[in-house]
Design a protein around this ligand. Structure first.
Ligand code: FES
Length: 79
């Protein structure tokens, strides 16, 4: 889990220069997958090494908001 430490901003995606704060903003505006975050701000769309951290941020934001968006995974498992 990526917990905010000392309320500071960190770069999550170095390739695109996107901070955790910017990614959290994308998630709060509705980006519920790594791909959706990438489509909105570009994070995770180059080398891909940050995609795990983006996924952690999505999970963390969804836990904090009480929203859980695992339905696409569940739907693919049922198909
Ligand atoms: S660090 Fe995010 S795509 Fe490379």
């Amino acid at each position: 889990m990526l917990k905010t430490i000392f309320n500071c901003t960190m770069y999550v995606c170095l390739c695109k220069g996107v901070s955790d704060r910017a990614i959290r903003g994308c998630i709060r505006r509705g980006a519920g997958t790594v791909g959706a975050v990438g489509a909105e701000c570009g994070a995770g769309t180059d080398c891909g090494s940050c995609r795990g951290m983006i996924a952690d941020l999505i999970e963390e934001e969804q836990e904090q908001s009480g929203v859980h968006m695992h339905l696409p995974v569940l739907a693919s498992q049922l198909a």
